[in-house]
Design a protein around this ligand. Structure first.
Ligand SMILES: CC(C)(COP(=O)(O)OP(=O)(O)OC[C@H]1O[C@@H](n2cnc3c(N)ncnc32)[C@H](O)[C@@H]1OP(=O)(O)O)[C@@H](O)C(=O)NCCC(=O)NCCS
Length: 155
């Protein structure tokens, strides 16, 4: 099941980020201990809408969407994570499907997302499978100067 996350979920969201074991955290030198504060800041900023996936075993993944992306009738997926032990079970796809339906309700026609170049064989494969195509590359997108790929899909 997927529901809108509330401020009380910050701990659950942080746990998902910590347990998704994203290798890019290490590449960018981000410490796991900073995750809860960073989520709280993003949550309070209000730009991203947070949706959390759970079942009877607990919280397993989450997605955030920014309704406005600077292109015609477009939204942005800002972040998606599934705890490592629950990956490859279809949860990421369900969260993406939920976000696409949410964007459709907002009368959006496209979804874009940026991802780190090192994810070519991991998350990019995942996004390609569900219809996202590479649009562009952005040099020096990340704090350490690394490149991002911009992917997009017409929904
Ligand atoms: C990317 C991520 C959200 C995918 O979630 P998931 O729940 O494992 O995805 P799904 O189970 O819905 O996978 C859907 C398809 O993509 C494929 N896929 C998922 N992860 C993959 C990977 N790391 N490498 C290659 N293919 C992958 C699955 O095999 C599946 O293919 P199938 O339909 O042929 O079985 C998850 O791996 C994750 O949290 N990664 C760390 C954080 C991250 O990179 N987030 C994205 C930042 S832009």
């Amino acid at each position: 099941m997927i529901r809108k996350a509330t401020r009380k979920d910050i701990k659950n969201l942080a746990e998902i980020d910590i347990e998704c074991n994203d290798p890019v955290d290490k590449i960018l030198g981000l410490k796991k201990s900073h995750i809860p504060r960073s989520i709280r800041e993003r949550f309070d900023n209000g730009l991203e809408k947070f949706f959390i996936y759970y079942d009877k075993e607990g919280y397993k993944g989450y997605i955030t969407i920014i309704e406005y992306f600077p292109a015609y009738a477009s939204s942005e997926i800002r972040w998606l994570a599934v705890k490592e032990k629950y990956q490859k079970q279809g949860i990421g796809s369900k969260l993406m499907d939920f976000a696409e339906k949410y964007a459709t309700k907002m009368k959006k026609k496209k979804i874009y997302l940026y991802t780190h170049i090192s994810r070519l064989k991991t998350a990019v494969r995942f996004y390609n499978k569900i219809g996202y195509k590479e649009i562009n590359t952005f040099k020096k997108y990340y704090s350490n100067g690394d490149t991002a790929l911009l992917l997009g899909k017409t929904i």
